[in-house]
Ligand binder design. Structure first.
Ligand SMILES: C[S@@+](CC[C@H](N)C(=O)[O-])C[C@H]1O[C@@H](n2cnc3c(N)ncnc32)[C@H](O)[C@@H]1O
Length: 286
């Protein structure tokens, strides 16, 4: 309780005069207004590789700093916040920064905001709040980047995570901020079949998926092969397979993009002496 009061007090101290808070705190499930320090904003946008062509949606946009910095990098952006005073402040700040036409702000509840136009979603909320967003975030277009300052998203493991010193942050422990990136994974689960007449004939990849984590069994010519590694990042699928194919031990590096029920890319096959690259396509049988 002491910690809660301290949090709210410090959050209030961080506010600009024109945007006084309601008495938000941890106990009623809402998220108070606390600013992300500018160097953390910078890091979040770098981690998400925000650039021209991106559309960034900041969930709970405060004074607009994340969307404004994204707009300075050529992106368009939308910030939503429950607090109308903060929305006015953010709109004013965007105009002052010369990005008024690219950065929009709306007084809106996050849960009533359409997230589907986003290529990047940013947030500085509370983990209990983030977990409620998880089902909607997972349904965004594969490849959509989500960056969170100091907040995990349920049991979804992040793709990248870093800790940074943030001495001027008014809340949290020890002036340290955690920044995490998630890339919305494509649906990769199921059995994929691939025909490579000159190399193993019919290949099968049985894929079990949880978030971006894959568990894969592979066979060619009816023989099981060893899956040494796999990675799914957005639509990009990589699988490393070794084993005997056509009577010879080979190393295989499959790289492809998942588009619906089809993967297309190539496979690099090597044995230490010979190296060849073949086209690779696979289709899914559910
Ligand atoms: C911790 S602040 C982050 C502000 C800004 N994104 C930043 O990083 O500097 C969280 C913001 O979320 C807003 N907020 C809390 N619950 C919300 C909700 N349900 N819908 C919209 N905004 C909300 C608060 O008003 C507050 O401005």
């Amino acid at each position: 309780m002491i910690a809660l009061k301290r949090f709210v007090l410090l959050a209030c101290l961080a506010l600009p005069a024109q945007a006084q808070p309601q008495a938000w705190g941890w106990d009623d499930g809402t998220v108070p207004y606390v600013q992300t320090p500018m160097e953390i904003v910078e890091r979040m946008l770098r981690m998400a590789e925000v650039k021209k062509g991106d559309h960034v949606i900041d969930l709970g946009s405060g004074d607009g700093r994340i969307v404004i910095e994204a707009a300075k990098r050529g992106a368009t952006g939308l910030g939503v916040d429950l607090d109308g005073n903060l929305v006015k402040l953010a709109t004013k700040n965007a105009k002052a920064a010369g990005v008024g036409s690219q950065a929009r702000f709306e007084a809106r509840d996050i849960f009533e905001t359409d997230l589907t136009p986003a290529s990047v979603v940013t947030m500085y909320l509370l983990p209990d709040f983030n977990v409620k967003l998880l089902p909607r975030l997972l349904k965004l277009k594969p490849g959509t980047r989500i960056v969170s300052h100091d907040g995990s998203i349920g049991d979804w493991p992040s793709d990248e995570k870093l800790e940074m010193r943030a001495p001027e942050k008014p809340v949290g422990v020890g002036g340290v901020s955690t920044v995490e990136l998630w890339v919305v994974p494509a649906d990769a689960g199921g059995t994929w079949t691939s025909e490579m007449p000159d190399h193993g004939g019919t290949w099968r990849f049985r894929v079990r998926q949880k978030y971006q984590m894959l568990d894969i069994d592979t066979s060619a010519q009816g023989r099981d092969l060893l899956v040494r590694n796999s990675r799914l990042r957005g639509e990009e699928l990589k699988i490393v397979v070794t084993g005997v194919v056509n009577g010879h031990a080979w190393h295989h590096y499959f790289v492809g993009r998942i588009k619906g029920e089809r993967v297309s890319g190539d496979v690099t096959i090597s044995d230490g002496n010979v190296r060849k690259v073949l086209p690779w396509t696979a289709t899914r049988a559910r």
